[in-house]
Design a protein around this ligand. Structure first.
Ligand code: NAD
Length: 364
C-alpha cells in the first residue's frame, strides 16, 4: 500500500472519534479547504484505517480541484460492518459528533448511501446526495459516477487505440458505481465480459446480459449466480481478456503482485486509489492507459456539489459530461506531450489550482 505523507496541501485535520458506549470508532480527515468546505464520502467498513482515509481525502482535494468545484477534499470512515443493524444509530451519533465541523460536508461512499445521508441531514442539516423526497439528487440511484466513467471512456478510447462500440469490459465491484458504469457503457455499445463482487467473478467472453446480471445480483445477492458464464475467484477478474478494465470496489487492488497479468489496454479507475503507484508506473511502461480516479470517477462529487448549489438533475448531468470529457482530454494530451504518467499530469493541474487558492489565504 502507498504510504500517505503530509505535504504543503494537507491534511489540515485528522480526527479520531471513539464512542465506547455504542462500541464503534470513526475517522474524519479534512485534507484541504482552500477552495471551499471539503466534500467527501463516509466509508463504512470493518477495515477502514486512518491511513486510507487520509489518502482518500487527498484524492478528494485533487478531484474537487480539477473538476472546478468550490470545495476542498475530506473523507470519513466508520469502522463497522455496513450490514450492522445498528447502522442508523451509528450514523446519527457520528453526525452529532461532526456537527460543528463545518469544513466537512459528508457524502456517500462504500458502505453508505442516500438513506445514510438523510440520517446525517436530519441530525445536522449538512450532507450531500440526499434522497429525492427531501430535495436531493440521489447520485447513486441516478448513476452519476458510472455515467461519468462512460463519458470518460468515450474520450480515452481513441488514445488507447480502442473502439468503444464493441469494446470488451471487465468490472470489479457490482455496486452503485459498477452497475451504473455497465449500464451507460453498454448504451454506448461496449460488451461486458466479466463482473465481480465479494463472492467471486462471473465471466463470459461472448458478453453478459446486463439486465439479467442486474436481476441476478438483486434477487440472489451475487453476480456468481448468473447462469451462462464461468465462475472464478474475485481476484481472477483482473486477468480477464478485455479492452477496458474498471476497478470499482476497494483500494490497491491492482498492485505489482498482479499487474503483469492485466490484459486490458485501458483502465478506468472507478474506485478511489484502486492501483498502487508502482503498478501505475508498470502499466504506463507497458502502454496500458490508466485514467486516474480523480478524473474518471468525479461524476458523483460533481453531482453532489451541484445538489449543494441547488442545481437541477439535467444541469448536474451536463456538468459531469462536460467536465469529465474536458479533463480526460486535457490530461491525456499532457500525458502524451510531456511523456508523463496520467496521474502526474492530472495532479499537476489539480495541485496548481489548490496552491493558488492557498496563496490568497491569510497566514496567521
Ligand atoms: P458499493 O458499496 O455500492 O459497491 C461496492 C461493490 O464492490 C459491491 O458490489 C461489493 O460486493 C463489491 N466488492 C467489495 N469488495 C470487493 C472485492 N474485493 N472484490 C470484488 N468486489 C468487491 O460502493 P460504490 O458506491 O459502488 O463504490 C465503489 C468504489 O467507488 C469505492 O472505492 C468508492 O470510494 C468509489 N467511488 C464511489 C462513488 C459513488 O458515486 N458512489 C464516487 C466516486 C468513487
Amino acid at each position: 500500500m502507498n504510504k500517505f505523507t503530509i505535504t504543503e496541501i494537507g491534511p489540515s485535520e485528522v480526527i479520531q472519534l471513539f464512542f465506547p458506549v455504542s462500541n464503534f470508532h470513526a475517522i474524519v480527515v479534512v485534507d484541504n479547504t482552500a477552495l471551499g468546505p471539503s466534500i467527501g464520502g463516509v466509508r463504512v467498513s470493518p477495515d477502514v484505517t486512518v491511513e486510507e482515509v487520509k489518502r482518500l481525502a487527498r484524492t478528494m482535494t485533487m478531484k474537487n480541484s480539477i473538476a472546478g468545484l468550490p470545495h476542498g477534499g475530506g473523507k470519513a470512515g466508520i469502522i463497522a460492518d455496513p450490514k450492522d443493524p445498528k447502522k442508523e444509530r451509528y450514523f446519527r451519533i457520528f453526525a452529532q459528533a461532526i456537527k460543528d465541523l463545518q469544513e466537512y460536508i459528508p457524502g456517500p461512499d462504500m458502505g453508505s448511501n442516500e438513506e445514510c445521508m438523510a440520517w446525517i441531514y436530519d441530525e445536522i442539516g449538512r450532507a450531500t446526495a440526499l434522497p429525492e423526497e427531501i430535495g436531493g439528487l440521489p447520485l447513486d440511484k441516478l448513476g452519476a459516477t458510472g455515467f461519468g466513467l462512460a463519458e470518460c471512456a468515450e474520450i480515452a478510447c481513441p488514445y488507447a487505440k480502442i473502439e468503444l462500440k464493441g469494446a470488451k469490459v471487465a468490472i470489479q465491484g457490482f455496486g452503485s458505481v459498477g452497475k451504473a458504469a455497465v449500464k451507460f457503457l453498454s448504451e454506448k455499445g461496449a460488451i461486458v465480459v466479466a463482473a465481480s463482487d465479494t463472492k467471486g467473478s462471473i465471466c463470459n467472453p461472448d458478453g453478459l446480459d446486463i439486465k439479467e446480471l442486474m436481476a441476478v445480483k438483486e434477487e440472489k445477492g451475487s453476480v456468481i449466480h448468473y447462469k451462462t458464464g464461468t465462475v472464478k475467484k474475485c481476484e481472477e477478474l483482473f486477468l480477464t481478456s478485455c479492452d477496458i478494465l474498471i476497478p470499482a470496489a476497494t483500494a490497491d487492488v491492482i498492485s505489482k503482485d498482479n499487474v503483469d497479468g492485466v490484459k486490458a489496454k485501458l483502465i478506468l479507475q472507478g474506485a478511489n486509489i484502486p492501483a498502487t503507484l508502482d503498478a501505475e508506473e508498470i502499466m504506463h511502461k507497458k502502454g496500458i492507459l490508466s485514467i486516474p480516479d480523480f478524473i474518471a470517477n468525479a461524476g458523483g462529487v460533481i453531482m453532489a456539489a451541484m445538489e449543494y448549489a441547488k442545481k437541477s438533475e439535467k444541469e448536474a448531468f451536463d456538468a459531469i459530461s462536460e467536465r469529465i470529457k474536458k479533463n480526460t482530454k486535457l490530461i491525456l494530451e499532457k500525458t502524451f506531450n510531456e511523456k508523463t504518467l496520467p496521474r502526474q499530469a492530472a495532479e499537476a493541474i489539480a495541485k496548481e489550482r489548490v496552491l493558488k487558492a492557498m496563496a490568497y489565504k491569510r497566514v496567521s
